[in-house]
Design a protein around this ligand. Structure first.
Ligand code: THU
Length: 130
């Protein structure tokens, strides 16, 4: 992972709207054609209406015309390690591949890199991969 994704995820986490969980998260995507997008979690007083940092970053990518995710950094501002939730694994899989690199970061930097295939084995894809 290049340092820029960590920086983008950190800056995004600092913008999070997380007054209910007090768990700010930032995510930064790099597409296969080299564009970067960041997002934060946005919570709501009606708890289930909030959404995750990865979701915000994906929305920015889609609004820029879409793309394929080559790598993504996920950072919990107050956590030693922040892995994507189940729903976000599925959302990342929509635009990534089993080989998409997922960089698990904390405030200081990279902790561990895993693949999306490791995080979401046999993910639902409407039967495209037998
Ligand atoms: N959260 C994310 O933004 N991404 C994840 O993958 C894990 C969870 C957010 C959702 C909620 O605002 C807060 O973290 C606590 O669950």
């Amino acid at each position: 992972m290049t340092e820029d994704l960590h920086k983008l995820a950190l800056k995004a986490a600092e913008k999070a709207h997380a007054p209910y969980s007090d768990f700010p998260v930032g995510a930064a995507i790099r597409t296969t054609d080299g564009r970067t997008f960041a997002g934060c979690n946005v919570e709501n007083a009606a708890y289930p209406e909030g959404w995750c940092a990865e979701t915000s970053a994906i929305a920015h990518m889609v609004m820029d015309g879409g793309g394929k995710i080559a790598e993504v950094a996920v950072l919990g501002l107050k956590a030693d390690l922040c892995t994507p939730c189940g729903g976000c694994r599925q959302r990342l899989a929509e635009f990534g591949t089993a080989g998409t690199r997922v960089h698990l970061c904390n405030r200081e930097g990279l902790v561990e890199t895993v693949t999306l295939g490791e995080l979401l084995p046999k993910g639902f894809d409407m039967g495209k991969t037998p």
